[in-house]
Design a protein around this ligand. Structure first.
Ligand SMILES: [Zn+2]
Length: 253
């Protein structure tokens, strides 16, 4: 079997969201992914690990949960890089694996974690994605095995510290229910009064409410109910400032 066959047939995604653990991308930008899919874009999620170090749930449960959430978000594809949970590091193997996925899915835009985060897997995922996004465009990098070179146009980051001001907000009000349904697929991770597994930050009864409170806050800054915020490090090249800015309702904070 040729390497191209082993790696899969290349496809074209508009957006690929990359999270360290199954559920990160759903929590961080699930509403935006559902909205983009409804707008007709091809959208996917790549999870870096199977979440096997999670205090609750098994990798098998988490794979089923991630698959169920993908259906609700109407993703074109959901894939897993199968790196070791809690041991994601910026190294040659991880970068090469990521380069191959970028060349396989050929996304125009990447969404991923921010470079400051309490979880080292999130930090290192961000680093791997940023480096691999560049390397994937170099024709001589991993030339023996990979599909044709491809470099995404830009990277937008989700799940950042409170001191970071988002570059843009996405109104996800119409998709807040879908996002909530996708989040609730992750039963093993969330509040369950019948579970005897250890408690975690996510399994607290107030976790989903707090996640939605953040959406409501982001929404309040643009005059809508629910929004997700993104941070882009590079300067934005705006083709049509009128089209962009005319979506503003008024002078919100
Ligand atoms: Zn995570």
């Amino acid at each position: 079997m040729s390497e191209a066959k082993k790696l899969g047939e290349p496809m074209k995604l508009d957006v690929l969201a990359i999270g360290a653990h199954p559920d990160d991308a759903d929590f961080g930008c699930g509403g935006t992914l559902a909205k983009l899919a409804a707008l007709g874009y091809a959208v996917g999620i790549l999870d870096m690990t199977r979440g096997e170090m999670g205090t609750r749930g098994t990798p098998e449960q988490r794979a089923q949960e991630a698959s169920a959430a993908a259906k609700i978000l109407t993703l074109t594809v959901r894939d897993n890089l199968e790196l070791p949970d809690s041991h994601i590091h910026l190294d040659e193997e991880s970068r090469t694996k990521m380069v191959r996925k970028i060349r396989l899915y050929r996304p125009t835009i990447l969404f991923t974690h921010f470079w400051e985060d309490p979880h080292s897997d999130h930090v290192h995922t961000c680093q791997i994605v940023r480096e691999a996004a560049h390397l994937a465009g170099l024709g001589k990098y991993d030339i023996e095995t990979a599909h044709a070179r491809h470099r995404p146009n830009t990277i937008a980051h989700f799940m950042f510290p409170r001191t970071v001001v988002p570059t843009f907000m996405v109104d996800i009000t119409e998709f807040a229910e879908s996002k909530r349904a996708a989040i609730l697929c992750y039963k093993s991770q969330l509040y369950d009064p019948n579970s005897s597994e250890p408690q975690t930050y996510l399994s607290d009864a107030g976790f989903v409410r707090r996640l939605e409170s953040k959406q409501l806050y982001f929404g309040s800054t643009i005059g809508v109910d629910h929004a997700e915020g993104f941070f882009v490090r590079e300067a934005l090249n705006v083709h049509d400032p009128v089209a962009l800015l005319s979506t503003q309702m008024s002078m919100y904070s």
